[in-house]
Ligand binder design. Structure first.
Ligand code: NCW
Length: 451
């Protein structure tokens, strides 16, 4: 090859920092199934999904993608796509059925096999400790609304580091605590289905406290393994005052305590005005703001906001005109670039892992054995381009995980919403590649010089 010949992989690799990894993500309750096997305890999502009216079609995660039994095939699938990093979550009730007390050896052994299987295949395991499946026994003791659950979570983190710390290559304490606190306890759309804003605020604080305590526990056991937290972050668009309020409520309510050791003052004021005294102990901020090694970012879309006299905080969200996913979320890759640049400007040069990014779409057609999903290919390629642009501008982004490896149980939407780059036929549990998986495989290969 001459020096002037096109070298597409060089263009493709352009701007990504050394050590950058491409991967995919899943979460325990959404893929594993085997809800009553090998001593697994009940979780709040088992309880919530089995109550009529909570989930579309009455779907539950009882079987899901049957990943608990099909994990070796799924790992081989990841190898065939050239994945370098796999983000999964540990189901707390599988490894500690009551969320306190003795570990369940069979549950632990399953995760050990999974993680060792990843390492044998050259894929880096990144474990999330909490992706929403709280042991039901902890809920009955008050759930995240009580401080004790944060203490139990720290013990669980300590236990996981002691049994898996030698093989896991990255730890994430929580996935999207905003969703847990507010969609689970104020809007009641997700487990445990509570609709009480003061409770949601107490939950948000206890989740943050549990994060800080878990960071301490993990550091003590695995001082050399990177530790972080994953937040769902949306750049806000729309009326400036409403957008600033929503930014403080959704993004900064978690970013500021973790990265600056303070809650946004205007948000404390707004919450106290509407809901009364806040159950937030400022003395905990020291623990909450323990240094982390990376910030996990789940990016899906910008959020459009306007003033609303009916909304409790005086602002509400709406879907803009233009392309929407099957979730009704706008498709806008510029939001990812904007968010990454903003995080660096506001919070300094922290390392960022994109822990989730992707889209659900309907009407995917099977052609010659491949699911044609051009909208998802366009979504992934434009977002990876936005990530590269931010990286070229100096944002220290080190991993990217597509959400999701597989179609899976999409919480209150059941199996109707499909985020996978691989289709799951739930009748047969067959995995069928989508064009987006093949596109991603080629994109990774081209970046690595093999394309
Ligand atoms: S629903 C949700 N998701 C999806 C889920 O499958 C995954 O487990 C989550 O980490 C895809 O990624 C996350 N996130 C909640 C989005 C919040 C929607 C905001 C509504 C505003 C009122």
């Amino acid at each position: 090859m001459t020096a002037t010949a096109p070298q597409p992989w060089l263009a493709a690799a352009d701007g990504l920092p050394a050590g950058f990894r491409f991967g995919a993500a899943t979460a325990s309750y959404q893929v594993e199934g085997a809800a009553r096997e090998d001593g697994r305890g009940e979780s709040i999502w088992d309880r919530f999904s089995h109550l009529p009216g909570n989930v579309v079609n009455g779907d539950t995660g009882d079987v899901a993608c049957d990943h608990y039994h099909r994990w070796t095939d799924d790992l081989d699938l990841m190898v065939s796509l050239g994945l370098e990093s796999y983000r999964f979550s540990i189901a707390w009730p599988r490894v500690q059925p009551d969320g306190r007390g003795p570990l369940n050896a069979r549950g632990v052994a399953w995760y050990r096999r999974l993680v060792e299987g990843l390492l044998e295949r050259g894929i880096e395991p990144v474990a999330t400790l909490y992706h929403w499946d709280l042991p039901q026994a902890r809920q009955e003791a008050g759930g995240w609304a009580v401080r004790d659950t944060a203490l139990r979570f720290a013990e669980y983190a300590d236990s996981m580091a002691s049994v898996l710390g030698d093989v896991v290559e990255g730890w994430i304490t929580h996935n999207e605590p905003w969703v847990v606190a507010f969609l689970g306890h104020a809007h009641g759309r997700k487990a445990p289905g509570i609709r009480d804003w003061p409770t949601a605020l107490a939950v948000s604080h206890n989740l943050l406290l549990s994060h800080g305590l878990a960071v301490d526990a993990l550091r003590a056991r695995v001082p050399d393994t990177p530790v972080g937290i994953t937040l769902n972050l949306n750049p806000m668009r729309g009326e400036p005052e409403a957008a600033a309020l929503m930014d403080a409520h959704q993004n900064r309510w978690f970013l500021d305590p973790v990265l600056r050791g303070t809650y946004p003052a205007e948000m404390i004021e707004a919450y106290e005005r509407v809901f009364g005294a806040l159950p937030v102990n400022p003395e905990d901020l020291d623990v909450i703001s323990r240094p982390i090694d990376f910030l996990g970012v789940n990016y899906y879309n910008p959020t459009y906001v306007r003033a609303s006299s009916e909304a409790p905080l005086g602002a509400s969200t709406y879907a803009p005109r233009g392309a929407l996913t099957a979730m009704g979320w706008p498709v806008d890759a510029s939001g990812l670039h904007e968010l990454l640049v903003r995080l660096r400007a506001d919070y300094g040069d922290l390392e960022i892992w994109i822990t989730e990014n992707g889209a659900a779409f309907d009407d995917e057609k099977l052609v010659d054995g491949v699911v044609e999903d051009p909208s998802r290919v366009a979504y992934l390629s434009s977002h990876l381009e936005a990530l590269r642009r931010a990286a070229r501008e100096g944002v220290n982004v080190k991993r990217y995980h597509a959400w999701s490896l597989l179609d899976n149980f999409e919480w209150e939407h059941g199996y109707d919403k499909r985020f996978g780059i691989v289709r799951v036929d739930y009748e047969t549990q067959e995995r069928i590649l989508k064009r987006s998986a093949l596109w991603y495989r080629d994109h990774i290969a081209a970046t690595r010089g093999g394309g």
